[in-house]
Design a protein around this ligand. Sequence first.
Ligand code: PMT
Length: 228
Amino acid sequence: AERHPAAGRHVVITAGPTREPLDPVRYLSNHSSGKMGYALAEAAAALGARVTLISGPVTLATPAGVERLDVESAAEMHYAAQRLAGECDLFIGCAAVADYRAEQVAEHKIKKTDDDDGLTLRLVKNPDIIAAVATRADRPYVVGFAAETRDVERYARDKLTRKKLDMVVANDVSRAGLGFGADDNAALLLWRQGNREARRELPPQSKRDLARAILETALEAQAAPQNA
Ligand code: PMT
């Protein structure tokens, strides 16, 4: 195999969580550490690609040779993704994007009230970042992730179709030692090859090795003739 199979390609990767502000001191978020997305960025750079990493707030160092754009909210990630989507060859959505944000961000810190009624937050849907990339006329090859806790394959296939992805990387985030925050992960890759569905199961391994296998599969699938 070629040593730099991604040379000349521009790969854009989203990684990490998003933070959805509630007031000046609070936010809604999730447990994504950014490790999987950063491993993909590192692997893509090692394969010779030009890599832009759109990163939510994480504590990881930027991999060598990778250009990093820091964002906080899903709205900011969406804006950055749209700006880059038309000029890349491969887009990988590994970020754990918050599905909802507060309908209104309070200007001042939300105060605790004396009555014991609790607090109701009104949330509204965030834009679907990867679906918006996949519906562009000038779309790159689009690889999405699916974080599931049950019926992994069925929900992953549903995301592949509904979000118009070229490939989905499904991970079972309920398995101990894998997924969110862990150093290891496992995945089921599903993609269309002509009118057949192709699949590849990647057993538990380091996110570094998994990232390389995901990229190699995506680059091959992207290059394969679609009527094969
Ligand atoms: O960061 P780590 O700690 O290493 O953990 C890695 C991971 C578990 C976060 C990663 O492997 C993973 O599964 N990422 C996707 C997490 C997720 O939010 O999945 P989802 O099934 O909710 O979303 C499906 C796809 O749509 C994803 O590509 C996601 O980036 C994208 N999406 C979701 C919602 C939204 N508003 N916009 C999006 O683009």
